[in-house]
Design a protein around this ligand. Structure first.
Ligand code: NAD
Ligand code: UFG
Length: 335
């Protein structure tokens, strides 16, 4: 009996695989390396001292998924595989709808056919759009601002319809806030193919001198220091949330915020990063980035109450672990 991890070579998936293996679970990873590298699989094995099956497969490829299900006894699926770059989704919406929505549909069809009806899905705080009130709870109103967000909401709705139609399905929809940080060994972290879009990977590049400076997108928002506030969560805490979700699965569709419940502004993150790592971080104030919400942080109490899960690692660990990973990775790349 195994858990299939789609997108398990990616940032959040790889950390979740480590936690699952350390927890004694059997896993199988399927990934097409569109945004990750094969080396991650070896690192997961070395960090855990455990082995697992891997399939280089695209979730849009039905016959590849059928092969995985026919060769293994899969009882649950954690579904990370998808594209996640907001700006790219605006430029190439069909690419995003195809990979994220069609890929998820194919996965659900194959799961149904093999009578595997337990799913944990990576949703996102993006489904809250520009929240009017913070913190956002699971029943805050939903609104999407871009094709990426649409794909997450569409998949959530598909899962809800499926659970309504067939009482044997259990689907846990996890809405992640802003994952940052890395494994404490410094050997796993966020290592996208191509140019990063999110704040922490760009901070790392600026601190390393790979780019001249960080652009702070807007300092005229209605927040105490004028910069946007987000709920940054350590990726290892997030990974542990998946184990809690698997353990608490019940019939029907359930949704949980996975966040810390605490917001930090962009300037506060910059200061925390400099202080924690004793490094310089050049930045300048730049115009607002279209589509950014001024404030977004979670009410995480439902996950604590029903999953028995709570984020434990603070902002210093997020900054220190991110930096350790960057130093190791970038020194590898230089050598
Ligand atoms: P990631 O890009 O690092 O990982 C995704 C993995 O899925 C990659 O290894 C990629 O190669 C793989 N993949 C993509 N399309 C595939 C396909 N068709 N078939 C097989 N493999 C495929 O991203 P991540 O940060 O680890 O995010 C994981 C999930 O969490 C995504 O669904 C993402 O939308 C969601 N999420 C991420 C964030 C974030 O800020 N990182 C926030 C909220 C939600
Ligand atoms: N920011 C900068 N400069 C940069 C990059 C980001 O100032 O170079 C700011 C943004 O304006 C924002 C904050 O840093 O205020 C965080 O930006 P990110 O791009 O890291 O994160 P977002 O909150 O915009 O979005 C991320 C993911 C989404 C996901 C959302 C909630 O990219 O996919 O978190 O989970 F939906």
């Amino acid at each position: 009996m195994s858990i299939l991890i789609t997108g398990g070579a990616g940032y959040i998936g790889s950390h979740t695989c480590v936690e699952l293996l350390n927890d004694g679970r059997e896993i199988i990873i399927a990934d097409n390396f569109s945004n990750s590298k094969p080396k991650v699989l070896e690192t997961i094995k070395e960090l855990t001292g455990r082995s697992f099956r891997f399939y280089e497969a695209d979730i849009c490829d039905k016959s590849a998924l059928e092969r995985i299900f026919s060769e293994n006894e899969i009882t649950e699926v954690i579904h990370f595989a998808g594209y996640k770059a907001v700006a790219e989704s605006v430029k190439f919406p069909l690419k995003y709808y195809h990979n994220n929505v069609c890929g998820s549909l194919v996965l659900l069809e194959v799961m149904n056919a093999f009578n595997c009806k337990n799913l944990v899905f990576s949703s996102s705080a993006t489904v809250y759009g520009m929240p009017e009130n913070v913190p956002v709870s699971e029943d805050s109103s939903l609104f999407t601002l871009n094709p990426y967000g649409q794909t997450k909401l569409m998949i959530e709705n598909i899962c809800r319809d499926l659970c309504d139609s067939d009482g044997d399905w259990s689907v846990t929809l996890l809405r992640y806030f802003n994952p940052v940080g890395a494994h404490e060994s410094g050997r796993l972290g966020e290592d996208p193919n191509g140019i990063p879009n999110n704040l922490m990977p760009i901070i790392l590049q600026a601190a390393k001198g790979k780019i001249p400076e960080l652009n702070v997108f807007g300092n005229d928002y209605s927040t105490p220091d004028g910069t946007c506030i987000r709920d940054y969560i350590h990726v290892v805490d997030l990974a542990k949330g998946h184990i809690a979700a698997l353990s608490a699965m019940k019939k029907g569709a359930e949704v949980y915020n996975l966040g810390t419940g605490k917001g930090y502004s962009v300037l506060e993150i910059i200061e925390a990063f400099k202080r924690t790592n004793s490094v310089e971080l050049p930045y300048k104030i730049a115009p607002r980035r279209p589509g950014d919400a001024a404030r977004c942080w979670s009410l995480p109490s439902k996950a604590e109450r029903e999953l028995g899960w709570k984020a434990e690692l603070g902002i210093e660990r997020m900054c220190a672990d991110s930096w350790r990973f960057a130093e190791l990775k970038m020194s590898d790349a230089d050598s």
